[in-house]
Design a protein around this ligand. Structure first.
Ligand SMILES: [Zn+2]
Ligand SMILES: [Zn+2]
Length: 274
């Protein structure tokens, strides 16, 4: 039997990915994937360039690949749902990744991206949070908590994405107790529902960060509180599939994890980290 190689977090050209679902599936199959999930960004009118524009086309394309690869590789049709853009029909998807990519300023109906450019994050801090970065941090983690409590995602996506443009500490200090308190408090609240958190390698692939999401101090909290981790490449192109999964496992082993969780035959199963 082939060893399980699985990843639920992959994009295609139906949203902001480069390659077609067919190209992604073909490359994954060649790499020995047993379980490949597509997680197109949930359709959002405020995010037309990056979210899935043609939802029915996306579902049809992934379902057709599911049939084509039946018996050789499991393919799933999932969604990476943004907190601000819940899907109309969750039952259309095999699983849901919960993510927070935007702040919505209700006062002026503006959506500020968390993970776009440093300039946009700077605008968010100054315009929406009166120049107070730790107020923004608090809101981000409050939204992250509400996202998990409200939507019960199968996988919690890039839990600390807010650090993406902060690699040099230019907006806030990730060691500051205000930052850590907000993050840990949210993590604790989410853990009560025992979701699986992803170790997301996407920020490293795209050279924004040198470490995965979430940060090591959060992974340690997860370990101590019995949290479960799955590996995600957040691949937007074929060459990013299963990006640095070997390094990711080594990092988790170093922190003290004994196992990860892999999506196999439609559910998470435990896999030893030996
Ligand atoms: Zn995302
Ligand atoms: Zn993603």
């Amino acid at each position: 039997m082939k060893p399980i190689l699985a990843d639920l977090h992959n994009h295609s050209n139906f949203c902001d990915g480069r390659d077609t679902p067919e190209q992604m599936a073909e490359a994954a199959f060649k790499m020995g994937f047993t379980d490949l999930g597509f997680s197109g960004h949930s359709h959002a009118e405020f995010d037309l360039p990056c979210s899935v524009r043609d939802v029915s086309g996306y579902l049809a394309a992934v379902h057709s690949l599911q049939e084509e690869y039946a018996g050789r590789m499991n393919i799933y049709c999932g969604v990476e749902q943004d907190f601000c853009a819940p899907v109309d029909d969750r039952s259309a998807y095999d699983y849901l990744i919960g993510a927070v990519h935007y702040f919505h300023s209700r006062a002026d109906d503006i959506y500020y991206p968390v993970d776009s450019s440093a300039e946009e994050l700077a605008a968010c801090i100054s315009e929406m949070f009166a120049g107070q970065p730790y107020q923004m941090i608090r809101r981000f983690y409050e939204n992250s908590t509400e996202n998990v409590l409200k939507y019960r995602p199968d996988l919690v996506g890039h839990f600390d994405l807010i650090v993406k443009n902060n690699a040099d500490g230019r907006f806030f200090d990730e060691d500051d107790k205000r930052y850590r308190y907000s993050a840990i408090e949210a993590l604790e609240a989410c853990l009560e529902l025992a979701p699986v958190f992803e170790l997301n390698m996407g920020g490293i692939y795209r050279r924004y960060r040198e470490t995965p999401y979430p940060a090591t101090f959060l992974l340690k909290e997860l370990l101590h509180r019995g949290g479960r981790i799955a590996l995600s490449a957040d691949a937007h192109a074929t060459e990013a599939l299963a990006f640095r999964f070997t390094d990711a496992k080594e990092l988790l082993r170093d922190i003290g994890f004994k196992s990860i969780w892999v999506w196999h035959n439609g559910a998470f199963v435990e896999q030893g980290l030996n």
